[in-house]
Design a protein around this ligand. Structure first.
Ligand SMILES: NC(=O)c1ccc[n+]([C@@H]2O[C@H](COP(=O)([O-])OP(=O)(O)OC[C@H]3O[C@@H](n4cnc5c(N)ncnc54)[C@H](OP(=O)(O)O)[C@@H]3O)[C@@H](O)[C@H]2O)c1
Length: 304
């Protein structure tokens, strides 16, 4: 069997870049990677990371997930339009009190995180159905399983992604097309930097004093501690994405961070939703000591 063609979106930095490079360097050269980004002016870091694989097992193309024409042009430029594996990774973040976020900004986020995926799938699915093979891999998040304070809209976009894929997966399977939601916890990338920078510039005047205080004095420091204690590297997520793509029977869901799993497990442990709600509430508002001790313990486990 020849190399499988993998199209990855959002490869200018972070997880997308790492996934493209990992697949291009597959020990058994099983992949031909089309690494895409919306602004080719940002190709430098990918070219550098790709090294010898550049223009051999990895080529770089333009693709804006928010533009149907751009997606079509990219797929049309591939021989036979063949895409064996789609890695829909492009995404943006947003944190903060709802009162301070405009509907226009929320729509922009959904346009990338949710409709970006939908546009891509609409473009490649008919060909995959004709081929009777394919794998749709989507960079979701643990926030697609369990919502988190001040991540209301971002989390909603990932829930949308999860619902879309879960629904589509059954029909896709009939055409021998696999679907996988990769669900990272915190990953240290530009993403985290961008959301904190935006948060620091955020105009909190629309929020009441207590909400603004919770965001500044509790959420932001807690969130930074979580990234410091549990954050994975993009390369770790790429390694696990490689495993999922090369698996004989890829799972529908794959969480990349074992240390985060106790949090997501709470959701499945209690269908009424009370257990995760109470736990998060207590951890954030009542027991700072417990929160810090838990993170300390997880940090230790991680080192081991
Ligand atoms: N970092 C985390 O903690 C974390 C955790 C769970 C899931 N994720 C998910 O992982 C994915 C990758 O995030 P990351 O952490 O690697 O962040 P990142 O370093 O900021 O990378 C995001 C990528 O998406 C691209 N992008 C944004 N809008 C696009 C569009 N319209 N068309 C094409 N590309 C676009 C960005 O391109 P530009 O450079 O042009 O902006 C960038 O290449 C996202 O879907 C994110 O939701 C991240």
């Amino acid at each position: 069997m020849g190399a499988r063609r993998v199209l990855v979106t959002g490869c200018s930095s972070g997880i997308g870049l790492a996934v493209a490079v990992r697949l291009a360097n597959d020990e058994r050269r099983r992949f031909q990677v089309v690494a895409t980004m919306r602004d080719l002016g940002k190709r430098g870091p990918l070219e550098e990371a790709a090294g010898d694989s550049l223009n051999k097992t990895l080529e770089i193309k333009e693709l804006d997930a928010c533009c149907e024409d751009s997606i079509k042009e990219c797929v049309n430029s591939l021989s036979n339009r063949r895409v064996d594996v789609l890695v829909s990774n492009a995404g943006v973040g947003m944190i903060g009190p709802l009162e301070c976020q405009s509907i226009a900004t929320m729509k922009e986020l959904f346009d990338t995180n949710f409709f970006g995926l939908v546009r891509l799938v609409k473009e490649v699915l008919p060909d995959m159905k004709r081929q009777q093979s394919g794998h749709i891999v989507v960079m979701s998040s643990v926030m697609g399983i369990q919502g988190l304070l001040f991540n209301d809209v971002y989390s909603a976009s990932k829930f949308a992604v999860e619902g879309f894929c879960e629904s589509l997966a059954v029909q896709a399977l009939k055409f021998n097309i696999k679907t996988t939601l990769v669900e990272p916890g915190p990953v240290v990338t530009e993403f985290e930097k961008k959301v904190y920078e935006d948060a620091e510039k955020m105009d909190l005047s629309e929020a009441d004093e207590e909400t603004a205080r919770i965001f500044w004095e509790i959420y932001l420091p807690y969130s930074k501690k979580v990234f410091l204690s549990l954050g994975q590297t993009p390369e770790e997520v790429a390694e696990q994405t490689h495993k999922v793509i090369t698996a004989k029977e890829p799972p529908l869901r794959h969480q990349t961070n074992q240390l985060y799993m106790p949090m997501t497990a709470l959701k499945h442990a209690d269908p009424t939703g009370r257990l995760p709600l109470d736990t998060f509430y207590k951890m954030i508002f009542k027991h700072e000591g417990m929160f810090n001790a838990t993170l300390g313990l997880l940090r230790m486990l991680r080192k081991k």
